[in-house]
Design a protein around this ligand. Sequence first.
Ligand code: MTE
Ligand code: MO
Length: 331
Amino acid sequence: MLIKNSSNGFVHPLASEITPASVYLGRRELMRRMAGGAAGVALASWAGRSAMAQTAATGKLAPLVGARSAVAGAVSMDKVTDYKDASTYNNFYEFGTDKADPAKNAHTLVTSPWTVAVEGLVKQPRNYAIEDLLKLSPQEERIYRMRCVEGWSMVIPWVGYSLANLIKKVEPLGSAKYVEFVTQADPKTMPFVGSRVLEWPYVEGLRLDEAMNPLALLTFGMYGQVLPNQNGAPVRLVVPWKYGFKSGKSIVKIRFTDKEPQTAWNKAAPSEYGFYSNVNPGVDHPRWSQASERRIGEDGLFAKKRKTLLFNGYEAQVGQLYAGMDLKKFF
Ligand SMILES: Nc1nc2c(c(=O)[nH]1)N[C@H]1C(S)=C(S)[C@@H](COP(=O)(O)O)O[C@H]1N2
Ligand SMILES: [Mo]
């Protein structure tokens, strides 16, 4: 099946390289989406009326399909979390602190026009219109485990490309050691910007070599579609070996610096959230254990059934970044 991505005109050449959407969406959900999407009319006639009604109720997002990633470790074999859970159980404090808030409130986020400023210690600073950023490198689908510091996890098929591809384009200076990610903070469209839980904008950061690791994904979509607002549209980061809060949503600025960036969570509670925040079952959060996790949709609501893995299971790919570091000190 060929799916044309309406936002970048990219037509995937090889059906065999695409994870069949039916694998993670299930046949019924796939038909529902197709009934509402570009492939529309013919399928709609047999996908049925109730399917059309559901599509209208949930809204439809533009397809965004990526080739299955060839990056080592980029495709988890774990069962993919239901789209419903991944898009309704969220942390996005700009839209409220309850897990259900972002899905309810994020419709006010204005994602177009959108510009990402790349600045600081680089040879080629530039403002990227989101359309240009999207086209900078071919989109890949990667199925990543995501582990929240709160003790739950999901497995999500993201669509994007290695952040390293952008970094190489803008050519960091020798003095650049860190990358800071600044996210949108617009009180007019984000009702909880201004609330006192965090300092706004929500800022995150990585060491430059972490940012260059091919697993760090500049992400534009999930489940074969552009990101829903509540998951960080139109562009976010996904850093699968770190706790979820390192994966900043709705990014507007990427800044290269020589100093470790001050991050929103580190400022809010330095003893609880360090700069590195690598998933580590051996370093507890001061108020709870990090040794296990609950997989949303699979493990029971009150049980933490799975053992959490060092670097969220991505040790083979990222372990060398931390060789010789005391991970209890640099948590
Ligand atoms: N701008 C912004 N980005 C954010 C957050 C946030 O509150 N604001 N929450 C983080 C946390 S704690 C997690 S676990 C992930 C959740 O991403 P998801 O809802 O797409 O699963 O987003 C991260 N990115
Ligand atoms: Mo999180």
